[in-house]
Design a protein around this ligand. Sequence first.
Ligand code: MG
Length: 250
Amino acid sequence: MRYVRIERQGRPCWGVVKGEEVLTLSKPPFDGVEYDGEKLPLSQCKLLAPCVPTKIVCVGKNYSEHAREMGAEPPGFPVLFLKGLNTLNRPDGALHAPEFVTRLDYEGELGVVIRCRAKNVKAKDFADYVLGYTCLNDVTARDVQQHDGQWTRGKSMDGFCPVGPWVTDDVDSSALKLVTRLNGEVVQRGNTADFITAVPELIEFITASMTLEPGDLVATGTPAGIGPMIPGDRVEVDIEGIGVLKNQVI
Ligand code: MG
């Protein structure tokens, strides 16, 4: 299924995409789908971020080639950091950095949305805890990240985490092609088969330290090819079997 969140009469509402329609739900889909009987044309729906996390847990350097382009050796374990909830942004939402930012980067990533409370999960059981997968852009003020020596400010400016267009449970996360396009040109080409730590082991690693809640979001790391965006640029994160997340820099 493809789960979306849309704005209906000014309020957020969950739905399931079927063909060109959204079938709206009477409650979030975490413990089963309950339709409320309404159908809306997908093309006329304003899509929201398809999750409401209590935290956004990100993995740094989960592709060897990206670690090397950042001047680091691939780490021996997942390096975690958090993005603030103020970063959550929607499909087609505008990306904007304060004027003092001199380098604003895209990072196309696979996002994992958690279905139910997860603590001390074993890798073999990870699927029981996952609602599905989505596209995510871990937008980064690279100059600020490097200046500060740690990542909070550079990773957590307002709107720096667009997610969507929906969450799907119809894909296997172990080998998905990921492409990032800037103004239509391919700038990142990766495959989740190249993760240093794959999704099942990531869920085990994260939940050994922190409880994940329904709707929490895990950003799984970006492949090589990161680069800058400027106002006017259109950025797309396209993951096989999921869809395309589109945003514009203003
Ligand atoms: Mg990242």
